[in-house]
Design a protein around this ligand. Sequence first.
Ligand SMILES: [Zn+2]
Length: 666
Amino acid sequence: MASHRTPDRRRTALAVLACTALLAACSKTAAPPAAGDAAVHPAVAQAHAAVAKAADLSDPASFADAKRGFVAAPSGRVTDEAGQVVWDFGAFGFVQGAAPATVNPSLWRQALLNNQVGLFQVTDRIWQLRGFDIANLTLIRGRSGWIVVDALTSRETAAAAVAFARQHLGPELAALPISGVIFTHSHIDHFGGVLGLLSAEDAKARQVPVVAPAGFMEEATSENVLMGTAMGRRAMYMYGNRLPRNPQGAVDTGLGKAVAVGRVGILAPTVLVSQPEQALEIDGLRFVFHNVPGSEAPSEFTFSIPELKAYCGAELMSHTLHNLYTLRGAKVRDALKWAGYLDAALVHAQGSEVVFNQHHWPVWGAERIRTFITMQRDTYRYLHDQTVRLMNQGYNGAEIAETLVLPKALQDHLNVRGYYGTVRHNVRAIYQHYLGWFDAHPANLDALPPLEAAKRYVELAGGLEKIVAAAQKAYDAGDFRWAAELLKHAVYTEPKHEAAKTLLARSFEQMGYLAESAPWRNFYLTGALELRQGPPAQGLLREALLDMLQQTPTERFLEAMAASLNGPKADGVSLVINLRFRDTGEDWVLSVRNGVMDHRLAPPAADANATLSLTKPFFLQMILGKAGAKELLASDQTKIDGSVIDLGRFFTLLDKATGTFPIVQR
Ligand SMILES: [Zn+2]
């Protein structure tokens, strides 16, 4: 199958793993397939041959694990109520056999493994649905029903996964209700689909326990509100949403095939695990939870089920080096803490005969489990300790990234290779975690911004043609990084210079073909695509998140509103607006002065310029850009007292970010 095609509305649909949380979104414009440069440079072919030679990529043990317990495989597509495609099981059907010349053979191995899609029995009473979305949905047979561990990203894929399981588990098991829900962490690919499994009313009526780690709801509902637009735009690069699914385009994400793009919701937990270790009985089965906050997610736990001799590592462990920094943009994570939790996990998993995680395939057998967790632990620990050692010797992030390699034993362990995170960008994250953006060189304290520097470099080089000629020479020699560096300046300076743009696109394509990391590949190939086609016509649309946004505290939106206040425009403006929520009873006073908007939960201010009474659903429509001035004046859900003109003035001070900003051009 050559390329993955979905209707226009979904075509550039986007899902964002923000702090590894995901935001679903869509764009209205269809991107034609990338006019990619399928010709592979000899340097790429050589590098691929070296990769294939250095490691046994046939990796029979991983393939056996990824197929073990196979029950059935789905086919076709999952669609939403409107008939739009949310998930296409055939999209990556081309991922089979030997690696094409345009894909790093090690990444291809991971893409093949992630193509092992279906319902799998993990052990007695535990099944997993893999490949129905980027994450796994795990089903555990309780005394009276199914305990569901994580709910994928969208309600459509979650519903399809559980329906598929019911279809293939025999009538007795199929008839069981959902008797418990466990959310392992606050990232959207692990809870977003829950309303496809049971409604809030059903959960309440049947008193279905919803178990989550402390801080889950706050983290889950707020993660993307403030930075959602920028993260969403960058996530288009990271997940390759605009790329065709083919050997010159997207082949995998490293963590799973792709992110589903349906409706996202959330259920509030009824039981929070707040102790470092806490045992709970859920539907007759004893679970021992271990909180691991501030590792892969701000709110996360792992657990063991002693009776079933099984341990769930959530996303603390997986079959890839994970991200200490995630390229779509996020706060960096703590490598030392992460390694520490993995060390503890060695003890917590003792006595287990299987470790299953919420991405990728399980690991069976005490000895192999020990090796699996030890290698993960030592990888993060090595990256941390060696980066710190080199930092203390005065090296900066770029220098450490260039030289630091894992010891051979870790390099040879394919399960910690950089399919998602990479050694190079994680090393920079460790630097950033401790020392921040500044490398202490005075020239970098107030360096010229990129465009200004670019203009001067181009002039120094003797003009654009000279730069392009030098870049061509570098490209011919297989020095794509230098070609890209030169051409970046050229394209910044002259965005319409076709030769520079084309050569930069071709350099990115070769770099994408080289990359072992799927996010690196997607970044390079999306950069190439946008050099050829431009940025998307539409950015993040957040309607799909409505079910989740309804559960998001109003204050998160007010913080985001304050951060959209156009400071220069608001300079010298003083306004006070009362915001009264009729349905929730919240009264907020918003004050603009000194170019700042602050918000306070307080009774309406007597001296306010205007008072806007509204409902939370209407407020969300405004936040989503679905309701503007006209609706505000016409709706029966709103009422304005005081100066309508001042209220209008207030709204004109708020910027609307389209989320389509250019990245490869300035
Ligand atoms: Zn995940």
